[in-house]
Design a protein around this ligand. Structure first.
Ligand code: PBG
Length: 326
């Protein structure tokens, strides 16, 4: 019986050797912090289903953004939670509305030192909780929604967003937003297209984070978990329509999609480690079932290894702090 001549274990012997041959590394600049700002709050309000994450007041949002810039994070992705909702989500268009005010406050705080991104979607603003407006039969009306997205995008650009993240999965949304921005003279504002966004129960905790009014689901517009090829159709359309960057979402259950998109995309690719992915690890760690820090780092490293250039993660500041220590 011969002994092995090829011994991959040779390069695993010490931490220094493992560090030397590591193919993927984490860096704060590729982490993006999703943040919620809620109208009418006097104190930050904890999100029960996401231990450690809060709905911010305007002031605590400013502090979180300043800290993110200080830590060298790549960006912040803003979501607004308004007090008043209606069928058309009209608060999304108000220049003084909570999301637009949040964008403005964050830009005042961080200038250009952090990439300021914002969510272009109606679900936080509609009283029915869908990502678009409804037609007479109660179906999400694609083209009527596009018209609102275009105006919402211009309002967010005027508030100071560097990058817009259309997350509603309406057909044609990237093209309409690009046209609206260009017509408003905002050729400078980039689009991070949620190209392959799947309907997922792992968005559950986010519903609490934005006080979502949704009854039912988003399966007529978000993608079906069974499908892989379809992601490439979505990606090609978004690229044709002028996407500057692409996103795959959720991350954990869709690492094959992420690898596919990363292999063919000529533009940077982001992945969103969503609320349920966060909450699962927090819950298991709180029970002492897994090592919290090691699990967080492995989960984000896996997303990077699958091909994401950047990762949206609620742990962005904490990970950046750990990376500074090491
Ligand atoms: C839609 C939107 C959602 C998330 C980001 N943008 C909710 C959904 O599609 O149901 C989820 C993010 C997360 O779960 O962390 N505006």
């Amino acid at each position: 019986m011969g002994f092995p001549t090829h011994r991959p274990r040779r390069l695993r012997q010490t931490p220094a050797l493992r560090r030397l041959v590591a193919e993927t590394r984490l860096h704060p600049a590729e982490l993006i912090l999703p943040a919620f700002v809620r109208e009418g709050l006097s104190e930050p309000s904890p999100i029960q289903a996401m231990p450690g994450v809060v709905q911010h007041t305007m002031d605590s949002l400013r502090r979180a953004a300043a800290e993110a810039a200080e830590l060298g994070l790549g960006g912040i992705m803003l979501f607004g939670v308004p007090e008043e909702r209606d069928a058309e989500g009209s608060a999304s268009l108000d220049p003084e509305g909570v999301l637009n005010a949040g964008i403005r406050a964050v830009r005042e705080e961080v200038g250009d030192s952090l990439v300021v991104m914002s969510d272009v979607c109606l679900d936080e603003f509609t009283d029915h909780g869908h990502c678009g407006v409804l037609d007479a039969e109660g179906r999400v009306d694609n083209d009527a929604t596009l018209e609102i997205y275009g105006r919402m995008a211009v309002a967010q650009a005027e508030a100071g967003a560097h990058v817009l993240g259309p997350s509603g999965m309406m057909d044609g949304q990237v093209g309409v937003i690009r046209q609206a921005l260009d017509a408003a003279g905002r050729q400078d504002v980039a689009i991070l297209a949620y190209a392959a966004k799947y309907a997922s129960p792992f968005y559950g905790p986010f519903r609490e984070a934005v006080d979502s009014q949704l009854k039912g689901d988003r399966r007529t517009y978000q993608m079906d978990a069974a499908n892989r090829r379809e992601a490439l159709v979505e990606v090609e359309l978004d690229l044709e329509e002028g996407a500057d960057m692409l996103m795959v979402k959720p991350a954990m259950s869709y690492l094959d999609i992420l690898a596919d998109v990363a292999a063919m995309s000529p533009v940077p690719v982001a992945a969103y480690q969503i609320s349920g992915e966060y909450s699962m690890i927090e819950a298991a760690a709180a029970n002492g079932w897994i090592d919290r820090r090691a699990s967080i780092l492995e989960s984000v490293l896996g997303i990077r290894r699958a091909g994401a250039n950047m990762v949206l993660t609620y742990w962005a500041p904490e990970i950046a702090g750990w990376l500074k220590e090491s």
